[in-house]
Each structure stands twice: as structure tokens, then as C-alpha cells.
Design a binder for this molecule. Structure first.
Ligand code: BDR
Ligand code: CA
Length: 318
């Protein structure tokens, strides 16, 4: 039985590859996609979500737009954010994409999440957020019962070593730290697929060559996304190859062997002057608190890229 997931995204080049992987992998049933402001403003991330869903053939599932702004803090805007400089003016700069083939679902993203989870069996849906956690926090607060009905939350965000916007904080968590704190502290299992893991998922020259060899319209789009994203990763972080963060969260749902994780107490710092937005991760029990969540630690690089390559081939055929 494929695992049913709801993807909550802010595309974003790596979000786009996460959508592609979710659609193109036989272990996953992509039930719905919701959009949130993050890498760009909501209208842009929503438009990008619709275009990417059209590109990969995810045209028969509900897609709903969600939160325009974080719960409490000011939005990280283009002027001071990494997102504009990493994902471009459109949020998904690079190749020309198809115009949306579907209408947006009229519901708010949080409502769509609630409707699906409450109509399903307990444990039927896994939430996979790969942007700021605003929609997930809103859904939890609107219908607290979803916390016991969701199988788990597997999110891209955070880090237990070092952030990428500040030394302490990763972008998705910093962008809405209060929402992230609510999600991490709730009584469901959160698997944090953070930078410690995603920085292992880099598109090396050998991987780029394998993608080019697929030689389809979609593989060429992915290749151009990696060109754009990769150049910015190099200039902003001096990382020679781009890490495909968000697809790692989908890969974790597909296989706990490909993305290994360890139990820990994890919470989000919302008061620190220097550490605001940090995902504080206690693997050793130093705080004496129950290990409420999981932190992803180790990637099977070859198996991860096999998943991506196979998914590109699958969506290219449909
Ligand atoms: C995260 O931030 C965004 O720029 C990416 O899409 C990813 O979700 C990495 O910090
Ligand atoms: Ca993202």
C-alpha cells in the first residue's frame, strides 16, 4: 500500500523536486499539495506549485493556497532574505514551465489538510511540510484532533548543528519560528529532516550527468533548475554543489533506511537573542525530557539519487 502524504510547499527549486519525487515514486500516494509563503510571497509559491504539479502530471489532486504571512513575526522579505537570492524573483527561476492545467481548490490550505485528515482513517496521512510551518500550525489550532489522526509529520527544516540564515537557524524554521515551535511541541511525532541530513544530498557532477542522460523534457527542466539553484548555492554559501533539501523529506517517508534518523528531544527556540529559530536537539537526554521527535542523521546517497532518477523517468513517461 503506498503511503498517503500531503505535501506543504513553498516552491522553490528543491520543493519542486520534492513534488516530482512524490508523484514519481510508487511507494507514495500524493493526496494533495498545499502552498505557503516562504521562498517567495504566497501568490508566487502557489503559482509555482500549480505549474510544477502540471509539469509532473499531478493534475487530479486538490491543490490549495495557505498562509500569506507568518503567525507572529514579520515576513522575511526579499530585501533581507536568502530566498530571493537562491530561488530568484519568481521563486522558481530558470526554465519555462507549463501554465497550470488545473484550478486552485477554493479552501484554505489548513482547511484542506483538516478535511482530508478527518475524513481519513487514523494514521492514514503523513504531513510533509517543506516550507515554513504556518499552514500546519494553523490546521492544528483549527482542528486539534488532527494531531492524533496524522501518522507523523516529516518535515524539511532545522538543523542540530548549524543554521543557514543565522548560525543558529535554518530558513524554514526562522521564517515562522512560533509556528515551528507549535508543530514540534505538539503530541505527534515530528521527524526533522534538517540541514545536517540535506547537505549530504548534493547534486554532484556525476549525478548531473545521470540526469542529463535521461534526456526528456522533464529531465532537462530538472537540469536547468539545478543550474540556477546550484549557481546561487555556490555564490551565497560557497557550496560547490546544491543540496536538494526538500526531496529528502519525501525520501524519508519512502524509506527509513535511505534517510536514517535518531530519537531526540527537539524544540524550537523563540526567545533567544542570538539563537531565535534554532531547533534545539537533545540526543543524550541532558534536559531529562522525553525524546518526543526524531532527527535525520545519515543519508544513503546512492539510494537517494536512484529514487530521484527513477522518479524523473516515471513522470517523463506519464
Ligand atoms: C529550505 O529553505 C528553502 O530555501 C528551501 O526550499 C528549503 O526548504 C532550506 O533551508
Ligand atoms: Ca522549501
Amino acid at each position: 500500500m503506498p503511503k498517503k502524504i500531503i505535501l506543504d510547499v513553498d516552491p522553490g527549486h528543491d520543493d519542486a523536486i520534492a513534488i516530482l519525487l512524490a508523484k514519481g515514486n510508487p511507494e507514495i500516494e500524493l493526496a494533495a499539495i498545499t502552498s505557503v509563503a516562504g521562498n517567495q510571497i504566497l501568490s508566487k509559491t502557489t503559482y509555482n506549485t500549480l505549474r510544477v504539479a502540471t509539469l509532473v502530471g499531478a493534475t487530479d489532486i486538490p491543490i490549495a493556497a495557505g498562509a500569506e504571512f507568518p503567525l507572529v513575526r514579520d515576513q522575511i522579505t526579499d530585501a533581507d532574505s536568502i530566498a530571493g537570492s537562491v530561488h530568484g524573483e519568481s521563486g522558481l527561476d530558470g526554465p519555462v514551465l507549463p501554465e497550470p492545467a488545473m484550478e486552485l481548490d477554493p479552501r484554505h490550505a489548513a482547511q484542506l489538510i483538516i478535511d482530508l485528515v478527518m475524513a481519513g482513517e487514523p494514521g492514514e496521512y503523513t504531513l510533509v511540510p517543506t516550507g515554513p510551518l504556518t499552514n500546519i500550525a494553523l490546521a492544528m489550532r483549527l482542528q486539534p484532533e488532527i494531531v492524533t489522526r496524522v501518522k507523523e509529520v516529516v518535515l524539511m527544516g532545522g538543523a542540530y548543528t548549524q543554521g543557514n540564515v543565522t548560525p543558529a537557524a535554518e530558513f524554514n524554521i526562522l521564517a515562522d519560528a512560533e509556528a515551528a515551535a507549535a508543530v514540534f511541541n505538539a503530541d505527534w511525532q515530528v521527524t526533522m529532516v534538517g540541514l545536517d541530513l540535506t547537505h549530504q544530498a548534493v547534486a554532484t557532477p556525476e549525478i548531473r550527468e545521470r540526469i542529463r542522460a535521461i534526456d526528456t523534457d522533464i529531465s532537462r527542466v530538472v537540469d536547468e533548475w539545478l543550474d540556477f539553484f546550484g549557481a546561487n548555492y555556490d555564490s551565497v554559501w560557497k557550496m560547490p554543489y546544491p543540496p536538494i533539501h526538500d526531496a529528502c523529506a519525501v525520501a524519508r517517508v519512502i524509506s527509513a533506511d535511505i534517510v536514517k534518523a535518531e530519537k531526540a528531544f527537539i524544540t524550537v527556540e523563540t526567545a533567544g537573542k542570538w539563537t531565535y529559530g534554532e531547533t534545539v536537539t537533545d540526543f543524550l537526554g541532558a534536559y531529562g525530557l522525553p525524546f518526543n521527535n526524531l532527527a535525520a542523521t545519515e543519508l544513503d546517497f546512492d539510494a537517494f539519487w536512484d529514487l530521484i532518477i527513477d522518479a524523473i523517468k516515471t513522470v517523463s513517461k506519464s
